[in-house]
Write a protein that binds this ligand. Structure first.
Ligand SMILES: [Zn+2]
Length: 212
């Protein structure tokens, strides 16, 4: 299992104070970022922690109270000014879709990237997202407005072939995917090399420590 990190960009409620920013968290795995909530001032915190918006393709908004989403359009506007080209997906409670879309159309009419708004509307825990790192389940919560928590369930990473083994055993390129999937390897002389000797578990790369 590969480690991942959660960074709290803001944990204050209702309005920012000098000590607390409004709600936003970043889940990070292998350099890919996932944002949960985007209160006012989130993009300042985002920069302060050394994150880059190009690392992020998915934003999850728990509910349409300002302290959880008033920073979103500003962040998207900055992405547009930074000439972003990659699409971004934004998961929001369905009742927020039209308002958010109107704000985006008004403030960011010429974005060069797709802003995909994905409505969440469920009465029971429902998987709303999946990629190579996570399954994300939206969990309905009690609040004055429709509100969801997000469960990030980590996926097991694939094993990597040990580069030295390729030349040592003369492994053909066409065999590599099979070995990464768990197969043993039989050399030209008939020697069977167990998969555990040829592969290693996924390695967590090191990234610079975010600065505050
Ligand atoms: Zn609220």
């Amino acid at each position: 299992m590969v480690e991942f990190t959660v960074t709290i960009l803001g944990c204050g409620s209702a309005k920012p104070t000098l000590r607390h920013h409004t709600s936003s968290q970043i889940v990070s795995r292998l350099g890919k970022l996932y944002m949960i909530d985007c209160g006012e001032g989130t993009q300042m915190q985002f920069m302060k922690y050394g994150f880059h918006s190009e690392q992020m393709e998915n934003i999850f908004i728990s509910h349409a109270h300002g302290d959880h989403c008033l920073g979103l359009v500003g962040l998207l506007s900055s992405m547009s000014l930074d000439n972003r080209y990659r699409a971004i997906n934004i998961y929001v409670p369905s009742g927020f879709v039209d308002i958010l879309k109107a704000q985006i159309d008004f403030f960011i009419p010429r974005a060069d990237f797709d802003i995909r708004i994905c409505p969440i509307d469920c009465q029971a825990p429902t998987r709303i997202f999946s990629d190579c790192h996570f399954d994300v389940t939206a969990i309905p919560l009690f609040h004055r407005v429709p509100c969801y928590g997000f469960l990030f369930r980590e996926k097991e990473g694939g094993r990597h072939i040990i580069p030295e083994c390729i030349s040592k055993y003369g492994i053909k390129f066409s065999e590599i995917e099979r070995i990464k999937s768990g197969a043993d390897y039989t050399t030209a002389t008939g020697q069977v090399i167990p998969n555990a000797e040829l592969t290693a578990p996924p390695v967590m790369p090191t990234f610079p420590t975010p600065s505050r």
